[in-house]
Ligand binder design. Structure first.
Ligand code: NAD
Length: 459
C-alpha cells in the first residue's frame, strides 16, 4: 500500500510557506539541491535497478542507460548551464525607452506538481523535477502507483537527499490523485495517457493553472527502399523492444513498400535473435508487460493479424514476444490505438507520398522516424508532416540530446522539457520596464498626457 503520510492540503500549505519564505530562490540553494539529487541516484544504483526489475523486469543495463544515466546527465548539463540560464535577460530597446532599463527577470512559479508515468518510472517522474528545482520552485512529486516498487523508492529516498521543507512525495492511486488535483498549484507537469491528461487539464483549469502534458500516440516509421535494411532493422527493433515496447516514443508501426517489408522482416528476425537469443523469454534483456490489464489488451491486438515473426505469449509472466505483423490494414484494431507493447505492424504503402498522406490523416504523433539516404525526401517529410519530434535514420534518440526540447503536439501533448526547455517550463519570464523620475524623461514622455486637442495625433 502507498505510504500517504500527510493529506495533500497540508503538503501544499507547507511547501507554499517554504516558497513564500524565499528559501528556494537563491542560486546556491538550487545548486546544492541538484547536487544532492545527483548523489541520490549515484549512491543507490543497485536499489534502483532492483525496483525497476520488480516493476518491469527491466535489465540492469536498460535501467542504467535509459533511467539513471539519463537523470545524471541531465543534472550535469543543468549544473553546467544554470548560471547562464538564470541570468537576467536584456532585450532590445526602442527609441522611446533609450533612457529606461528594460529587462526580463526569471521567477519560479511557486509550488508545482509533477506527475510521472509507470513505463520509465524513475526517469519520467524525476527528470522534470530537475528543471523545477533549477528554476527555484517547491515540488510535489507524484509517482505512478502502477510501478509501485519505484514509487516507494522515490518516496523513501527523496526526503533523505532533498530538503523536505521544499520537496515532497505523494504516493497513491486514483482516489489519492483526485484529492491531490483539487489543490491549487502554480504549475502542473503531467506525463501519461491522453485520457488522464484531460482530467489533469480540467483540474488545472479550475485554478487557471498553467500546465504541460506529455502524452503519447502512434509514432510512425517510414523506411525508404534505398536504405541499408539491416541497420534500419537493428535500430527500429531496438526502439521497439526496449522496455518491451512500453516507451512513449517507441516506433509504433512501419510504413514501407511490400518489397521493403519482406527485406525488413527477414533482417528484423535476425536482429531479434542477435539481441535476445533463440527464445527472448529466457533473455535477461527483454522486459515484461507491466500488468494483466495491459497484457490482455496487447495480446488481443494480435488477433486476426498476419504474424510474420513472434506472436508467442505467456500470461503467467506477462510475456509477449517481439512480434512483427505484416500487411496491417488501417482499419485493424492494432492501428486504432497506441500499441505500447512489443508488436510492430507494417502497413504497405506505394510511395513516400502515400506514407506522408497516411501520417497526415491521423493524430499528430509524439515522434516520427524517417529512414532514407535521400535528403530531399527527408526534407519533404519534415516540411509536410507535424510531429512532436523527429529522428532521421534512427529511432528514439532525439530525446537524448539535452539541447533539443522534448514534447508533443496536438493529441500527443503540449509544452516541452529536457535541458533548458525544462528550466524555461518552470520559469515565469517577468518583463520589467524601469524608468527614472528625472525631468528629462518626464518631458520626453509628456506627449501621452491629455488634452489631445493640441494636434498630438498625426492621423
Ligand atoms: P499511469 O497510469 O501511470 O498514469 C500517469 C499518472 O496519472 C500517474 O501518476 C497516475 O497515478 C495518474 N492517474 C492515472 N489515472 C488517473 C485518474 N483517473 N485520475 C487522476 N490521476 C490518474 O500512466 P499511463 O497513463 O498508463 O501512461 C502511458 C501513457 O503515457 C502512454 O500513452 C504513453 O505514450 C504516455 N507517455 C508519454 C510520455 C511522454 O514523455 N510524452 C512518457 C511516457 C508515457
Amino acid at each position: 500500500m502507498p505510504s500517504v503520510s500527510k493529506n495533500p492540503q497540508e503538503i501544499v500549505t507547507q511547501l507554499r510557506n517554504t516558497f513564500n519564505s524565499g528559501k528556494t530562490k537563491p542560486l546556491g540553494y538550487r545548486i546544492k539541491q541538484l547536487k544532492a539529487f545527483k548523489c541520490m541516484i549515484e549512491e543507490n544504483l543497485e536499489e534502483i535497478a532492483k525496483c525497476l526489475y520488480a516493476d518491469l523486469h527491466k535489465s540492469k543495463f536498460e535501467a542504467i542507460i535509459m533511467e539513471t544515466d539519463f537523470l545524471i546527465n541531465e543534472i550535469k548539463y543543468c549544473l553546467t548551464h544554470i548560471h547562464e540560464w538564470t541570468r537576467t535577460e536584456k532585450p532590445d530597446k526602442i527609441m522611446a525607452n533609450l533612457l529606461d532599463s528594460v529587462y526580463i527577470l526569471h521567477d519560479p512559479y511557486g509550488v508545482v506538481l509533477v506527475m510521472g508515468a509507470w513505463n520509465y518510472p524513475l526517469q519520467l517522474t524525476l527528470l522534470p523535477v530537475i528543471g523545477a528545482i533549477a528554476a527555484g520552485n517547491c515540488v510535489v512529486i507524484k509517482p505512478s502507483e502502477i510501478s509501485s516498487a519505484t514509487s516507494k523508492f522515490i518516496a523513501d529516498y527523496v526526503p533523505k537527499y532533498l530538503d523536505p521543507e521544499a520537496f515532497s512525495v505523494y504516493e497513491g492511486g486514483i482516489p489519492e490523485t483526485t484529492e491531490l488535483l483539487k489543490q491549487r498549484f502554480d504549475y502542473i507537469f503531467y506525463t501519461g495517457c491522453a485520457g488522464v491528461g484531460k482530467i489533469v487539464q480540467s483540474a488545472a483549469s479550475k485554478h487557471l493553472t498553467p500546465h504541460t502534458l506529455e502524452l503519447g500516440g502512434k509514432s510512425p516509421v517510414f523506411i525508404d527502399s534505398s536504405v541499408d535494411i539491416e541497420t534500419a532493422a537493428r535500430r527500429v527493433m531496438w526502439g521497439k523492444c526496449a522496455n518491451a515496447g512500453q516507451t512513449c516514443v517507441a516506433p509504433d508501426y512501419v510504413l514501407c513498400t511490400r518489397d521493403t517489408a519482406d527485406r525488413f522482416v527477414s533482417a528484423a528476425n535476425k536482429v531479434i535473435k542477435e539481441f535476445f537469443g533463440e527464445d527472448p523469454k529466457r533473455s535477461e534483456d527483454f522486459g515484461r508487460i507491466v500488468n494483466d490489464r495491459h497484457f490482455a489488451r496487447i495480446a488481443a491486438l494480435m488477433k486476426g493479424c498476419d504474424i510474420a515473426v513472434g506472436g508467442q505469449t505467456d500470461s503467467t509472466e506477462r510475456y509477449i514476444a517481439p512480434t512483427i505483423i505484416v500487411d496491417a490494414k488501417p482499419t485493424d484494431p492494432i492501428m486504432q490505438e497506441e500499441i505500447f507493447g512489443p508488436l510492430l505492424p507494417i502497413v504497405y504503402v506505394e510511395s513516400a507520398y502515400d506514407a506522408i498522406s497516411f501520417i497526415n490523416h491521423r493524430e499528430k504523433p509524439l515522434a516520427m522516424y524517417i529512414f532514407s539516404n535521400d535528403s530531399k525526401l527527408v526534407n519533404t517529410f519534415l516540411t509536410s508532416t507535424s510531429a512532436g519530434g523527429v529522428t532521421v535514420n534512427d529511432v528514439v534518440m532525439h530525446l537524448t540530446v539535452p539541447s533539443l526540447p522534448f514534447g508533443g503536439v496536438g493529441q500527443s501533448g503540449m509544452g516541452s522539457y529536457h535541458g533548458k526547455a525544462s528550466y524555461d517550463t518552470f520559469t515565469h519570464r517577468k518583463s520589467v520596464l524601469h524608468k527614472d523620475l528625472f525631468i528629462l524623461g518626464e518631458k520626453l514622455g509628456a506627449a501621452r498626457y491629455p488634452p489631445s486637442s493640441n494636434g498630438k495625433l498625426k492621423y
